[in-house]
Design a protein around this ligand. Structure first.
Ligand code: OSB
Ligand code: MG
Length: 366
């Protein structure tokens, strides 16, 4: 496939409510979109890097810089999606930037071929069950109202963001109010250390599906020491940046579940490799999210439909984060989202909406 040029587009998407985690509070999402243009089709990739390097080392200005300065110049004149990672291999890290480029190339390739992401990746279902990630709140009553609203909307699983000082009490309150049948899990975004093991074991009483990333990003060994001290299964998010990390985590016993975020690990092809690896080892995977717009959401929903994704993902409806999405909104039906079936991502940006939220565009001729 010959790429004639690439547009880097920045959009500012206000959130319907502030989203607070152990690493910060977001009120607006600053998203970098990559649009690859070929003679036959165009393709979109959404970069999941956030404004600041607090979730991981990448951040959106840095991603734009590495894409324009190092990644696009490294692409050969003719490239398909499978060749992108190989061409970009000499550049270390920057997986979020690489994922955005690869996804845009894959989208263009699939649109030209008339094949959907779901079909290409190996989706085995037409719709996926949806969970929702619930931020840290100022008070427990406020949290209970938020959870009640999401359960009313049909979400089949609740994930509570936790941090020291906001863990056992909110979990207990949600269990007491909504009962033991609610699928419930927590996400610490690396806010604890191994010396907190006995405190974290207090969560064992609440029958959680999992605890996500309790310890630091680079601490596979310490997670392996923590896991046997908890009955709550340990799930890794930030720690897993590649299939190699996933293999190491499984071998070390650092986790028994993995949150697969294509953006974090370099793209959907690597995500499928992690899915296959985990499936072979009996390790459950689920599809995480990074507050994606409809473009990134479409691809995540397709991935979440693979057979090894046995737990509900953070694949919520568009309005969980955005009053107006840049694509037709994803809307829950019976707690599920449909996997788009059209070519490529199967969704398009709505030009007027896209223009309204655009803060900058840059055209790069290849
Ligand atoms: O740790 O899963 C995370 C959002 C931004 C950065 C990290 C995380 C999250 C979420 C929200 O939990 C997932 C989503 O709904 O998109
Ligand atoms: Mg997480």
């Amino acid at each position: 496939m010959k790429i004639t040029g690439v547009e880097l587009r920045r959009i500012a998407m206000p959130l319907v409510a502030p989203f607070r985690t152990s690493f910060g509070t977001e009120t607006s999402r600053d998203v970098l979109l990559v649009r690859v243009v070929t003679p036959d089709a165009e393709g979109w990739g959404e970069c999941v890097a956030m404004s600041e390097p607090l979730y991981s080392s990448e951040y959106v200005d840095g991603a734009a810089e590495v894409i324009r300065r190092f990644l696009l110049p490294a692409l050969p004149p003719n490239v398909d999606a499978q060749g992108v990672a190989r061409a970009l291999e000499p550049v270390k890290g920057h997986r979020m930037a690489k994922a955005a480029v690869e996804t845009a190339v894959l989208d263009a390739q699939l649109r030209a071929a008339g094949e959907s992401f779901g079909r290409f990746l190996g989706a085995s279902r037409g719709r996926v069950p949806c969970g929702v990630s619930v931020g840290i709140m100022d008070s427990v009553p406020q949290l209970l109202d938020a959870v009640a609203g999401y359960l009313d909307e049909g979400y089949v699983r609740i994930k509570l963001k936790i941090q020291p000082g906001w863990d056992v009490e909110p979990v207990r309150a949600v269990r007491e109010r909504f009962g033991d049948d609610v699928l419930l899990q927590v996400d610490a975004n690396a806010a604890y250390s191994l010396t907190d093991a006995r405190h974290l074991a207090r969560l064992d009483a609440f029958g959680l599906l999992l605890i996500e990333q309790p310890l630091a990003n680079d601490d596979l060994v310490q997670h392996a020491k923590l896991a046997p001290q908890l009955t709550t299964p340990v799930c890794l998010d930030e720690s897993i940046e590649s299939a190699e990390h996933a293999a190491a985590a499984i071998a070390l016993g650092s986790c028994s579940i993995i949150n697969v975020k294509p953006g974090r690990i370099g793209g959907y092809l690597e995500a499928r490799r992690i899915h296959d690896l985990c499936r072979a080892h009996g390790v459950a995977v689920w599809c995480g999210g990074m507050l994606e717009t409809g473009l990134g959401r479409a691809a995540n929903v397709a991935l979440a439909a693979l057979p090894g994704f046995t737990l509900p993902g953070d694949t919520s409806g568009s309005r969980r984060y955005y009053a107006t999405d840049i694509t037709e909104p994803f809307e829950l039906a019976d707690g599920h989202l449909d996997v788009p079936s059209g070519p490529g991502l199967g969704v398009e940006p709505i030009p007027a909406v896209l223009d309204e939220v655009t803060t900058a565009t840059e055209w790069i001729t290849l």
